[in-house]
Design a protein. Structure first.
Length: 246
């Protein structure tokens, strides 16, 4: 029996590629969607050769929201599992405070665009009565903090969107997963020094996503310690919290 088809959105990142490999290694055919997708041809070929599954590429500019319906309609296969690894951490907070366009880019990339795209898949999955949607959010969305509140606000919106989507779609046999990684060591941020206990690898995120899909989990913190850290942060009274720079 063939494995369900998996679509990975925002497939250029280390996290997305680790997720793709995790599903491919157990036999899931893949479609990787990203900007400049042709640059990923060698990656897709190596992944297909190692896993012995079909790995396709398709172009996706998620910020071109007027073209999202066309993107979904033109897919060569109807996916059973859609995983959004779409996200952007730069421009950083200081730039977002000074520049409306920088703030807009962060907000649109981390919330508006992926939410609109997943909403289109949600409608299709609800109509057919099955499917799985996975969204990668962030601990930054659990409470606004001075150092990254623009990014955090976007991720908070995305987390709320996934929660509402899960509530709406449960009666249609569509499973919606929210994955919250915490800090993940990738090529772009290896220069940042963090505690090993708090730092996940892309392969850990991939495993968490895979297990959440097959076990029908709803909200997953990749490193469980983050659940308790963020609980403490959320429970801190505002009068104390506002004076701390964390």
């Amino acid at each position: 029996m063939s494995k369900p088809f998996v679509l990975v959105l925002g497939a250029r990142s280390d996290i997305a590629l680790a997720i793709a490999e995790r599903f491919a290694v157990v036999g899931h055919p893949l479609l990787l969607a990203a900007r400049r997708s042709t640059e990923m041809a060698e990656i897709a070929e190596r992944l297909a050769e190692r896993s012995k599954v079909d790995v396709g590429l398709c172009e996706l500019d998620v910020l071109a929201t007027d073209a999202l319906e066309e993107f979904v309609a033109a897919l060569p296969h109807e996916p059973e599992i859609v995983i959004s690894a779409i996200g952007l951490m730069e421009p950083v907070q200081e730039a977002c405070e000074r520049d409306v366009d920088a703030a807009s880019l962060i907000m649109r990339t981390n919330f508006e665009a992926p939410a609109l795209l997943l909403g289109l898949f949600a409608n299709r999955f609800a109509a057919r009565g099955h499917g799985t949607i996975v969204g990668i959010s962030s601990v930054s969305g659990d409470r606004g903090r001075a150092k990254n509140y623009v990014y955090g606000a976007a991720k908070a919106g995305f987390t709320a969107f996934l929660s509402g989507l899960r509530n709406r779609l449960v009666e249609h046999n569509v499973h919606v997963v929210t994955v919250i990684p915490g800090f993940v060591e990738t090529r772009k941020n290896r220069h940042i020094k963090t505690s090993a206990r708090l730092t996940a690898q892309p392969s850990e995120v991939a495993e968490a996503v895979y297990q959440a899909v097959i076990r029908k989990r709803d909200v997953v913190y990749v490193r469980p310690i983050w659940r308790y850290i963020m609980l403490a942060i959320r429970m801190t009274p505002e009068r104390f919290f506002k004076t701390r720079k964390i």
